[in-house]
Write a protein that binds this ligand. Structure first.
Ligand code: AHR
Length: 545
């Protein structure tokens, strides 16, 4: 739960990811190095499809669902007897919405909740589930109606993989090991038979195993040395028993707790974990290092999620762009110990964290989601894409009804947030290859804040189709992006653009379609496709050539 630190004096100049430098060394201005002091009304964007680089792991589009407020209960789980249409207790409307996002994985059950979660309370007949409390989040009743089987059913319904966070805080290695045996073993052990008796004879697959959550804070206030001793034990004993997955021992990726932002405390944490990885023995291994970094500006979260102006818009965007530097800092440390980039950086909690909406339980972390959040989402996704060789997973916090949500529910009503639309527009980037882009970003200034005016990424998908995502951060001025391709002639651009009346426009239950994408297309003139980008917009197009 750490704020993203913002240095007010730091010029908001983006640089190409260090990780990409070898591939782009001769490409000139790549990734948006800012040059002019006077913003032009047109920008030149040059895409070189012959230089496709690192794969953009689809897992950077992961989601996070914690037992927190209405993130699970009401948001996902309504129970089989609900009047809200559901399949085995899971909301049909939410499932349909999430399917369109092609969610690669869902991190569950927390968050801080995971640090105190005891999985046995969430299995067995519904009417015999143990009722507990959720001390982290409002101290409310936790009915444990949504447990292991319900989570796996939900994943099956939306077509996502499991990212299970085990309890290193108040749990034991044995408890976690037994959970994984219960989940993954095919052999007729007592735990496998219990799983079958509970309705699932076939073993489940677990793609990611989070070994602890924020162990430096809500996960047990551990020092790096103490956490590393726990990591050694858990990484040894919490096994994946799936025969199919065990053909490849890295198929279930083990994620170690990593830093919670920037500053010496966090670089020391990364140093300690990565040094241990470098010095590891045969029986100690992990595949990923987690990073948590929220856009919050100051702690406790004070920015409003509704009814704000350009000052708050530009400040939040400035803060969110810090993600690039924070990733670069931790990546550089990882490079020292792991130059081959075997260990992934997994940003498994990120997003905007604002003041709770008035009238809501502050422990439920309810906030609205505006056009600003869609732009914020696109900017962060662009950062992850530029660091694709190291960042191979990310989970926005959180999927439903909590923080920067994809969907919000109110009884039987459901709405798609602006962030949802940004994620849906970015689906073509899943597992595509990073393609370098050269452009002059220009500047967008508001008061003391100066930001790049545009932010651009490109990728080539498996079918060879080229995709371009352009965010116009400028709240007031449209921009014409003149897009050309190196080596081939650009012919057209077809896609969608997302903007709205103002930076704080939201989708509400009364007006759920205020912020929705609309089609955009352009034909080439003289080998250049001119895209007219509205102020404060996110645009994703495929480029025909
Ligand atoms: O996403 C809300 C909380 O933020 C998570 O439970 C915790 O891991 C982080 O501090």
């Amino acid at each position: 739960m750490q704020p993203a630190l913002t240095s007010p004096s730091r010029a908001a100049v983006r640089v190409a990811s260090l990780a990409m430098l070898p591939a782009i060394a001769s490409a000139g201005l790549v990734g948006g190095i800012v040059t002019p002091s006077v913003a032009a009304e047109s920008i030149q964007v040059s895409v070189d499809p012959s230089r496709a680089g690192a794969k953009i792991d689809r897992n950077i589009f992961g989601q996070f669902a914690e037992h927190l407020g209405h993130g699970i209960y009401e948001g996902v789980w309504v129970g089989p007897d609900s009047r809200i249409p559901n399949t085995r207790g899971i909301r049909n409307d939410v499932v349909a919405a999430l399917k369109a996002l092609k969610v690669p994985n869902v991190r569950w059950p927390g968050g801080c909740f995971a640090d105190e979660y005891h999985w046995r309370k969430g299995i067995g007949p519904a009417d015999e589930r143990v009722v507990t409390l959720n001390p982290n989040w409002g101290g409310v009743i936790e009915p444990n109606s949504f447990g292991t089987h319900e989570f796996m059913d939900f994943l099956d319904q939306i077509g996502a993989e499991a990212f299970v966070s085990v309890n290193v805080g108040s749990g034991t290695p044995q408890e976690a090991a037994e959970w994984l045996e219960y989940l993954t073993t095919e052999q007729p052990t007592a735990l496998a038979k219990e799983r079958a008796a509970n309705g699932h004879p076939a073993p489940y697959k677990v793609a990611y195993l989070g070994i602890g959550n924020e162990s430096w804070d809500c996960g047990g206030n551990m020092t790096p040395a103490y956490y590393l001793s726990q990591l050694g034990i858990y990484s040894r004993f919490v096994r994946n028993f799936s025969q199919e997955q065990r053909q490849d021992k890295h198929r279930m990726l083990k994620i170690a707790v990593g830093p919670g932002g920037d500053g010496p405390r966090w670089t020391e944490w990364t140093e300690a974990v990565m040094k241990t990885w470098q010095d590891r023995t045969w029986s100690f291994d992990f595949d990923g290092l987690s990073l948590h970094n929220y856009t919050v500006v100051k702690w406790p979260p004070a920015y409003q999620s509704t009814s704000f102006g350009e000052a708050e818009y530009s400040q939040i965007l400035k803060s969110t762009l810090e993600m690039d530097r924070i990733i670069a800092t931790h990546s550089a440390i990882m490079d020292k110990y792991d130059p081959q980039k075997k260990v992934a950086l997994v940003v498994d909690e990120w997003g905007a964290w604002y003041a709770p909406l008035p009238g809501t339980d502050p422990g439920f972390l309810v906030q609205q989601n505006s056009l600003r959040d869609a732009i914020l989402a696109a900017l962060n996704l662009n950062v992850f894409v530029r660091h694709a060789d190291r960042v191979r997973g990310a989970n926005i916090a959180q999927m439903v009804n909590v923080l920067q949500a994809m969907v919000m529910t109110d009884g039987e009503k459901m709405l798609l947030t602006p962030s949802y639309h940004a994620f849906r527009m970015y689906v073509p980037f899943q597992d595509a290859s990073f393609v370098p882009v050269t452009y002059d970003a220009g500047r967008y200034a508001h008061g003391e804040i100066s930001l790049p005016r545009v932010d651009v990424i490109a990728a080539k998908d498996a079918a060879g189709k080229l995709w371009l995502a352009v965010t116009n951060l400028d709240a007031n001025r449209s921009v014409e992006a003149e897009v050309s391709l190196t080596g081939v002639t650009a012919r057209s651009a077809v896609g969608e653009t997302l903007t709205a009346a103002s930076v704080d426009s939201v989708n509400s239950f009364e007006a759920p379609h205020s912020v929705v994408p609309k089609p955009i297309s352009a034909e080439a003139r003289g080998g250049r496709v001119v895209l007219k980008l509205e102020p404060k917009s996110v645009t994703v197009v495929s480029l025909g050539h």
